[in-house]
Design a protein around this ligand. Structure first.
Ligand SMILES: C[S@@+](CC[C@H](N)C(=O)[O-])C[C@H]1O[C@@H](n2cnc3c(N)ncnc32)[C@H](O)[C@@H]1O
Length: 272
């Protein structure tokens, strides 16, 4: 593995902070590991010459691969199970009462390779078996084009579905050889888009529920506030914002804390 000079490390940190809001100050070794192979693959003599190519942005594939390598995509089905229990037992019944007719919109912001979106879709599918609900639209966005491409495929290896209960495996996946593919009814209500949450125009509609877990933890403080502010503006009144277990929202003027890192937008709060 090659080592970054202090100057190279600063340059990369500055770029990632400016473009994605990421705080990479404590991630030097991680960046060295992840970028060494890419530098070699492109035949660059140093990290500096590799990073010149990234910054120039002439080849979108090189920039996209850099973003993919600099971000962490760890995720799995049913991650944060108690939050999905909240979706099933509280959020969906509330939506059924308050919005019985129009489409319910759910956003997974920083959805990585799609497991979070499809987990939500499976919960909705279970719920719809006993309840007459309107259509549900689940939108997954992520800055990594490679993660979005995998999410769209909806094909997973056995180790990725280890935590999936057996009745979901048989009802909601097609098992072929070494892969599990989410079935059409589960995929149909899910759509994906590549988007940078730091871009204030990244989100288009108002959502009844926003899941943004294990994403803002990587941001610097200013970006975290800006992104949360944008999510707040795109959340329906009384809608839920679900963060990761380690992510704390101190804004009690606009949100009420429910439980397990689930926050509810206060009724008097304003939306778009
Ligand atoms: C650790 S994964 C979390 C996946 C999923 N939400 C979960 O909790 O399992 C973090 C994801 O956030 C994405 N991400 C990081 N910065 C982003 C940004 N500025 N805009 C959109 N997505 C971003 C990464 O590409 C990565 O896929």
């Amino acid at each position: 593995m090659d080592h970054l000079t202090d100057r190279e490390f600063d340059r990369i940190c500055t770029y990632l902070s400016r473009t994605l809001g990421l705080n990479m100050q404590s991630k030097r070794v991680l960046l060295e590991c992840r970028l060494s192979h890419e530098r070699e693959r492109l035949g660059c003599v140093s990290f500096s010459s590799y990073f010149d190519m990234v910054e120039r942005g002439a080849d979108p594939e090189i920039t996209n691969r850099f973003i993919d390598l600099a971000t962490t995509h760890y995720t799995y089905f049913l991650r944060g199970r108690e939050q999905f229990d909240f979706l099933r037992t509280v959020a969906l019944p509330e939506l059924e009462r308050s919005r019985p007719r129009r489409t319910w919109n759910i956003l997974c912001a920083g959805c990585s390779t799609g497991e979070e979106c499809y987990t939500a879709s499976m919960i909705v599918e279970d719920y719809s078996r006993d309840h007459a609900i309107p259509p549900v639209r689940i939108t997954g966005v992520d800055v990594s084009s490679a993660a979005i491409a995998k999410a769209r495929q909806a094909v997973y290896h056995p180790m990725h579905v280890e935590k999936v209960p057996s009745h979901w495996l048989s009802d909601y996946f097609t098992h072929t050889g070494e892969t599990y593919a989410a079935t059409a009814p589960i995929r149909r209500r899910v759509a994906f888009a590549q988007a940078n949450l730091c871009d204030p125009g990244a989100l288009r509609r108002r959502y009844d529920l926003i899941i943004c877990r294990n994403v803002i933890i990587y941001f610097d403080e200013r970006t975290r506030e800006q992104v949360l502010d944008n999510l707040y503006r795109h959340l329906a009144v009384s809608g839920y914002l679900i963060l990761g277990r380690a992510e704390i929202l101190r804004d009690r003027a606009r949100f009420d804390y429910r439980k397990d890192s689930v926050y509810q937008k206060r009724p008097e709060a304003t939306t778009l």
